[in-house]
Design a protein around this ligand. Structure first.
Ligand SMILES: *Cc1c(COP(=O)(O)O)cnc(C)c1O
Length: 401
């Protein structure tokens, strides 16, 4: 996921244009900025790239989820369904608006299992957040169809899949809105930053105003207008230096993805040496952003053995089953309902007991998949030496099982 691998003159030029104006704020300073609106231009270009009408830049991918949930009216007492394999940010945002995260199983796409999603919908479900983990699509068409039947909006957490395509459409453009992260390790990066894209003008305007303290943006869509306020908001504004970085990185996104696809194919061929190996289900190989290569061994013991040998030979893979940031049974702060709030919020309503208890065994289907899954991150730049090292390590692992 490494936009930092390709920093160059383009990023420097964009940033210098901002410094030359002296304006770091995305709004106002009309004369001083001499027509330079980096964040606004980035929003327009990113939305167009995704094939949608509107983009709302924010300070992070986590903020993008929070702003989307707030603008959709999600709050205390509501349930939001996501999946048990994702980065903690997805459910942090749900808790932060006071709602309760409900976790669905994953299938071999390593993303949300639509059948389990449908079972978990209740009359309190107010949003569904499928995540396009590791660069490739969830079964988003099926998920949106289920959500539509129940009249529930879908927020696509596309933090890890900028630029990926399913059946000719960009991920992030299927649901009510799609959220993106441009943090330091994502495919395209602004250091910290995020975006929500949508075709819904009302939703966009609510996001725009909410992320800017509730300032009235209706008079001047995309900018600040009058002095009125329709509701309370917060500050999740992106600054001009990040917008400048975003423009330079967006221009490189397709090139990065093309390199990753080439490197992933070479790595996949090397992984194929493992007896009994299978690969994660990718719904649209041609649209894969190819940020990660995920492969499955026949059982958990073999998976651990393979990774031991890989690690001993300088090519260890990520074993998400033991990773504490991305997998439900390992989120001890969630399972334990740990919060700084003296009254237990958001796990408890003030004055009452825990609203929800999370059982670490609640997702057996996900566990059966995660226990057998190993993952390599695919770099933009892969040297012949590194590829040879990975290939040799895999040959040794193949001989060991
Ligand atoms: C990175 C990430 C986020 C959060 O993005 P930040 O910009 O780091 O806040 C959200 N969801 C997923 C799936 C991510 O990988």
């Amino acid at each position: 996921m490494p936009g930092f691998e390709v920093f160059g003159e383009e990023e420097k030029k964009e940033i210098m244009e901002v410094l030359d104006t002296g304006v770091l704020f995305r709004y106002e300073f009309g004369e001083q900025r001499r027509g330079v609106y980096k964040v606004r231009t980035f929003e327009e270009k990113f939305a167009a790239y995704c094939g949608v009408k509107y983009g709302q830049a924010v300070t992070s991918g986590t903020a993008a989820l929070k702003v989307a949930l707030a603008a959709l009216g999600v709050g205390v007492g509501d349930e939001v369904i996501t999946q048990g394999f994702t980065f903690v940010a997805t459910w942090e945002a749900i808790l932060d608006v006071g709602a309760i995260p409900v976790f669905a199983e994953i299938d071999e796409t390593l993303n949300m299992d639509p059948a389990d999603l449908e079972k978990k919908i209740t009359d309190r479900t107010r949003a569904i957040i499928p995540v396009h983990m590791m660069g490739a699509p969830a079964r988003i068409e099926e998920i949106v169809a289920i959500a539509d039947r129940h009249n529930i909006p879908v927020i696509e957490d596309t933090a890890q899949a900028a630029g990926a395509v399913l059946n000719g459409r960009r991920l992030g453009s299927f649901g009510a809105c799609g959220t993106f992260s441009f943090d330091a390790v994502k495919t395209m990066t602004t250091g910290e930053g995020g975006m929500v894209v949508t075709n819904d003008q009302t939703l966009w305007r609510n996001m725009s105003e909410y992320h800017d303290h509730g300032h009235d943006h209706a008079v001047n869509p995309g900018g600040r207008g009058g002095e009125g306020r329709s509701f309370v908001g917060f500050n999740f504004r992106m600054m001009e230096l990040q917008g400048a970085m975003g423009l330079a990185q967006l221009a490189k996104l397709d090139g990065m993805i093309a390199s990753q696809r080439k490197n992933k194919a070479a790595m996949k061929e090397a992984v194929n040496q493992l007896p009994g190996v299978t690969f994660r289900t990718i719904l649209d190989e041609a649209g894969d952003s190819a940020t990660f290569l995920a492969f499955l061994l026949p059982d958990a013991a073999k998976t651990r053995k393979v990774n031991e040998v890989l690690a001993a030979n300088g090519a260890g893979a990520v074993y998400f089953a033991v990773n504490t940031w991305h997998y439900y049974p390992k989120w001890e702060h969630l399972l334990g309902g740990k919060t700084l709030a003296h009254n237990g919020w958001p796990f408890a309503d003030p004055g009452s007991k825990r609203k929800v208890v999370y059982d670490p065994q609640a997702l057996p289907k996900s566990a059966a998949i995660m226990d057998r899954t190993l993952v390599y991150q695919v770099p933009v730049k892969l040297s012949a030496e590194r590829l040879a090292q990975i290939r040799d390590a895999l040959a040794k692992a193949a001989a060991a099982i």
